[in-house]
Each structure stands twice: as C-alpha cells, then as structure tokens.
Design a protein around this ligand. Structure first.
Ligand code: SFD
Ligand code: AMP
Length: 624
C-alpha cells in the first residue's frame, strides 16, 4: 500500500466547501482580508464552477425581498418563516439574512445572471419571496466571482475535507482541517486561524424511492453527504434542530420542484378520484393551531394532508399542469406568441434546474398542457436552507440577537474561530441559494474580525495530524489485508465496500427513524432499537475497504452520513412531541406541545468521552 504524500497549507481564513455559502464567504472574506493583509483559502471536493446543490443551475431565486421597490420588509420575512416552521426559528438569524439578501441578488445580476423582468423593470416573481431567473449558469457566475476574489493559488479543488483540527493548547478552538485529494495520493493539512464550514446538507441518509442504478436519483444534491454536520459534530460544536428534516412534494421519479407550478401557474394537487387535496383536508389543519389556520399552509402541514389522503386511499396524486396551462392559454387570449412563452417557461423551469424531469416528460410522451403529472413526497433530507433548519448553533448578529444568542462573532459556532453558513447553520430556514450566499458573506466578514481580535495562530500537534492520516488511509489497508480471502472483490468475509454500508445505513434509517418506507412514523422504542443497530453498524464501519481514491471518498462520505443519522435519531428521541407532522410523526407523542416543547433541542458530542449530551434551549422571539 502506497502511503500518501502530505502537503501543509498555512492560511488565515479557511473555507470548506465552495457552494453558494462558500462562494459568498470567499467573496466577502477576501474583501475584508485584503485590507488587513490576510490570506483566504477555499477547499472544495469537486470543482467550484459546477459543485453543490446549484451545480445543474436553478430556475428561481427563492429568497428576494425587493426592498428597493418596497415589496417586503425583513420583519415580513420573519413572520413567514415563523408560520412555515410551526412557530420556531432563530428569528435573529432569519432577520439578518432578510435584511442583507437583496444585495447578493443585485451582485448576481451585475455579474451576468439574467433575471426575468416585468415591463416596469421590477423582477418577475413566482411567489411573494421567489423571483425567476434564466439560471442554467447560475453557479459558474457565482463561482467566478468567488475564485477571482481569493486568487488562483488559494483555490483547492478535488479535495475531500474529512476532519477539523483543534488547537492542541485549547481544544475549544479551531486550528484547521485535513482533507485528501480525490485525484492523487495526497493528504492536505490546512492550518488556519478561522474556519468557515459551508459543506452543504445531507442526502442519502435515508433510503430513497429509486434504488439500484437509480440510487442517486433524488431531489437534493446527491454529493452533499453531510460533511458539514459531521465535521462540526466531531469537533464538539453545539448543534441544533438535528431532529428537523425536509420532506417535500416533487414530481415523481424526475424530482422536478413544484414551487413554480403552485405559486405562479396556480396548479392544484388532486388525488386519483379528482378531489382537491387542500380542500378535502382543510379541517385537518385545525388540529395544529395556531399554525394550522395561518397562511400560507406550512410545508409540513401540506405534506400531512397528502399523507392523510394516502391512508384514505386517494393515491396516486397528480399536479394538474394540464388545467393550469389551459387556463393560462385562455387568459393569453390564445395568442400563439404568449402561449409559446408560457410553454417555454414551463419547460425551462426544469431544463435550468432538474433536467431529468424534462427528460422524463419527453420520454414518457407527456405534454404538460395535456396530461397531469404524478407527485410524491421525497425521502427526508437534513438541511438548513430550505423549509428546514438542521445545523450548527451559532452566534447571531450583535445588533439583532438577544444576549443569550450572541457570543462575539456573527455565525460563529460554539467552537472558537469555527464559523458556519448555508445548510450548515441550524434554526434559520428558507435561506435558499441567495440567503446561503449572503450568510456566507456574513460569516466571512465576521471571521476576519475574529482573526483581527484574536491574534496568534493556533498550534497543531503533529500527532493529531498523524492519527488522522492513519485513520483516513485505513480502508486501503483493510482492502490490502483482506482481498485474498475470497475470489471476488465484492464479497469478502473481512471487509465491506462503502456501497454495501450505505444500503445498510439507509435501511436502518428508513425502518427505525421515520423514513418514507415507514410512512414517516417512529416511536421511542423504534428509535432505541435503531440506535442499537447503529452501534453495531459503526463497529462494522471500521472494516470499510477502498480499492482506489474513489472508494476512499465514498467510505468517508458514508461515515459523514452515519454521524448525521445518529445525531438525527438522538434528537428525534429527545423531542417528545410531533411538531412537524408531515415531516415525521412520533406516534407515541402524536400532538404539538407548545407548553413543553416550544424550545430548541441542542446537542453536543464529547469526542474524548464518546458521549452525546442533549438539552432544551429556550426559544426567544425577537421580532413582534
Ligand atoms: O426550488 C465539500 N435550491 C434552490 N434555491 C433557490 O434559491 N431557488 C431554487 O429554485 C431552489 N431549488 C433547488 C435547490 C437545490 C436543488 C438541488 C434543486 C432545486 C434541484 C436550494 C439551494 O441550492 C441551496 O439552498 C443552497 O445551494 C445551499 O447552499 P450551501 O452552500 O449550504 O450548499 P451547496 O451550494 O450545496 O454547497 C456545498 C458545497 O460543499 C462541497 N462539499 N467540499 C469539501 N469537502 C467536503 N467534505 C465537502 N462536502 C461537500 C460541495 O461539493 C458543494 O460545493 S427548489 O427546489 O428549492
Ligand atoms: P419548491 O419548488 O417546492 O422547492 O418551492 C419553491 C418555493 O415555493 C419555496 O419557497 C417553497 O416554500 C414555496 N412553495 C412551494 N409550494 C408551495 C405551496 N403550495 N404554497 C406555498 N409555497 C410553496
């Protein structure tokens, strides 16, 4: 087995993950760092130009307030998020994103992103918060600005970041990160004074609808494997809302998003009998007051209505793209040019963002103007940027956070010098692509301020680095040692490959932790059993094997997902209520319990003891 070469990189601000939040962090940190003579470095496991959730492009920017046209205020946005999240979010963080997000969108336009316009020059809206873009090249545009800002020599691509480094004199302080190249036999040790984790959300933790060759055919980015959460958990950062998750309605098998269809085209969701789901189950919402009667209907409650109809025998469900488009054609007075435009928008919605959906329409001979399309609920994803709030517990902004939520630097986690943004930050949903970018910028600016205030570089013990290096290369050793024990690579009594491990993880999560195969239902006893199985599973993960760097990447991605899975189960177990019906149900505590559970559930993993501690943390509302 060839031992890897090691390259050490010394920097000031280190950004892990070059997605929307990472690009925002790089752009902003570089600006403030330049004046102070500091260095900013960004590390990405793929190529920033086409990495992360926006790799394929997007057809909408789902968060834009339009303050320059007095369309919305930051307070309005906090009210919206409060309603959608069943009452609870970090209002200081949500408000902070809202007041700054428009500026990121204006920069995207300056950098070349085409935005749909109304005749009066305002942006064309899909809904109250969403604007439409010609966004196939959204990511390359945002990436170019970020890469230019930090400078060529400071961009490290095709490097999978696997561990954070802590200061050997102060284990509560960040010191850098370790990653490995997915192209050459090389380990990278990044020493840094501040680190910003922007490595996205977690998919593939649960068994998806498609399996076998279609395993990666899911809605959210399949290559976002939970590194952000796993890195921060192992470094001892406090996490919040790890019990939260996202389950969304999507076009079946192609996973095309539904927002534009519901909001702009006013399409309705019907069951197989032609009944309107929202109308049929309106009375169900009364059980979930005060949120049930608010508008819009919270995302989990919309799912809840679909699930109720499924149990009542109404499936399959169809989005009536046909009636919506026919109505719009009539409104366009059958003007062929306008009809062509509407049709182009309908197809572009997917061609810009989820091409597979357009391909499915084409290959199934579906003309959306004539045929309705089937809708299903996805498997759960762990993420902090859509209608969900999984992630790190971070300090809020000095001027808008209550003292209990402020400890010096905006978006700093409970580990000194460790910041997070985008999907990595918990408790503040609905940031989407634009909000993630702006949150990265807020973290980037704060990280520079932290460095200026906190002086000397942290020290990194060589034995810490050596131990990580040996651990990361262990799957190669497992393969070398075991490979002659059988005549085929795939079946071996001494090791398992990452794909087998992934299937086993997804099975545990689906069956015990309220996956789609269990109709999103779990109980204390189920979670206890799931955690027992998880313990045995983790023992076997020590036998993961890798034949090449690709396998090695997959091995550590499975580990990251496993950390997320365990945190998720522990949080689900701790919260004894059902706060987000339609995302998951605790069948043993089937109702909302504002009296006891309108609190955040926060957790911390103590690596030295190998123990988790969970606690209730007060929810404080800051916006009337
Ligand atoms: O409608 C490591 N999103 C949408 N946002 C919108 O604004 N409008 C839409 O129309 C959106 N839709 C949508 C969206 C996403 C997807 C996949 C689809 C449709 C099909 C959501 C946004 O994209 C999302 O909120 C942001 O991108 C989140 O930003 P961020 O930065 O938290 O995550 P990222 O962009 O995926 O970036 C993560 C990066 O980290 C890298 N990475 N690098 C090094 N080491 C590791 N260990 C790493 N692990 C991960 C990744 O490669 C990536 O570059 S709609 O359906 O909602
Ligand atoms: P999606 O395409 O489903 O990811 O949604 C895009 C945006 O539209 C997000 O801000 C969603 O919260 C919102 N959205 C989607 N469907 C609905 C709906 N039926 N009612 C209100 N908002 C919705």
């Amino acid at each position: 087995m060839v031992q890897p070469e090691t390259e050490v990189v010394e920097t000031d601000v280190l950004i892990l993950g070059g997605g929307m939040a990472g690009c925002g962090a790089a752009f902003e940190a570089a600006y403030w760092a330049r004046a102070k003579g500091l260095k900013v470095t960004i590390v990405e496991k793929a190529a920033i130009e086409r990495s992360g959730a926006v790799a394929m492009g997007l057809s909408a920017i789902n968060l834009y307030l339009g303050m320059r046209w007095n369309q919305n205020t930051p307070e309005d946005f906090v009210h919206y998020v409060r309603q959608d999240l069943m009452g609870m979010s970090r209002e200081d963080l949500v408000y902070d994103i809202a007041r700054h997000v428009d500026s990121s969108v204006h920069m995207f336009e300056e950098w070349g992103l085409p935005i749909f316009k109304n005749p009066d020059g305002t942006y064309k809206r899909e809904g109250r918060w969403q604007i439409m873009i010609h966004g196939e090249s959204y990511k390359p545009i945002v990436a170019e600005a970020a890469k230019t800002a930090v400078g060529d020599g400071n961009v490290y691509e095709r490097i999978f970041v696997a561990r954070l480094l802590l200061d050997d004199k102060d284990p509560g302080r960040i010191a850098g990160a370790v990653g490995f190249s997915v192209r050459e036999n090389k380990i990278y040790v990044f020493k840094a004074r501040a680190v910003i984790v922007t490595a996205g959300g977690a998919t593939g933790v649960f068994r998806p609808h498609s399996h076998g060759e279609g395993l990666g055919r899911i809605w959210y980015a399949p290559w976002n494997t939970g590194s952000a959460y796993s890195l921060m958990i192992q470094a001892g950062a406090t996490m919040t809302q790890m019990e939260h998750r996202l389950v969304v309605a999507r076009f079946k098998d192609g996973y095309g998003p539904v927002g534009m269809w519901f909001l702009l085209f006013k399409a309705v969701l019907e069951n197989a009998k032609g009944e309107n789901i929202e109308q049929k189950w309106a009375s169900l919402l009364k059980e979930w007051e005060p949120y049930g009667s608010g508008k819009p209907i919270p995302t989990p409650l919309r799912n809840h209505q679909m699930m109720a109809d499924f149990r009542a025998g109404g499936a399959p469900f169809f989005l009536r793209t046909d009636t919506a488009l026919q109505r719009m054609y009539q409104e366009a007075a059958n003007d062929p040019k306008k009809i062509r435009e509407i049709e182009a928008d309908a197809w572009e919605d997917f061609l810009d963002m989820t091409m597979s959906q357009a391909l499915i329409w084409a290959s199934d001979n579906i003309d959306p103007a004539k045929t309705p399309s089937e809708i299903v609920l996805t498997e759960p994803y762990l993420m902090g940027s859509h209608a969900s709030g999984t992630g790190a517990w971070v300090s809020g902004p000095e001027d808008a956070a209550p003292t209990e939520y402020f400890w010096g630097y905006n978006r700093m986690t409970t580990v000194k010098g460790l910041f997070a943004a985008g999907d990595g930050v918990g408790g503040s949903a609905h940031k989407f692509s634009s909000g993630s970018h702006v949150e990265g910028r807020l973290a980037g600016k704060a990280a520079v301020a932290y460095i200026m205030d906190n002086g000397a570089a942290p020290s990194v013990a060589q034995d810490q680095v050596e131990a990580i290096r040996a651990e990361l290369w262990k799957p190669f050793e497992n393969y070398e040692k075991g490979r002659t024990a059988s005549t085929t690579d795939e079946i071996n009594p001494t090791y398992l490959f990452p794909k087998m491990a992934l299937h086993r993880l997804q099975k545990i999560m689906d069956e015990y932790a309220a996956g789609q195969g269990s109709q999103y239902i779990t109980t204390e006893a189920m979670l206890q059993k799931g955690l027992e199985r998880m313990k045995l599973f983790k023992e076997d993960l020590g036998k993961l094997a890798a034949r090449d760097l690709h396998d090695l990447l997959r091995c550590w991605e499975v580990w990251d997902r496993t950390w997320c899975a365990e945190a998720h189960m522990r949080h689900l177990l701790f919260r004894q209520e059902t706060r987000w019906p339609g995302y998951y149900y605790r069948a043993d505590y089937p109702t909302l319990d504002d009296k006891n559970w309108k609190v955040f559930v926060n957790s911390r993993y103590d690596a030295a003891k190998g123990e988790w501690a969970l606690e209730k943390t007060p929810f404080l509302s800051t916006i009337p």
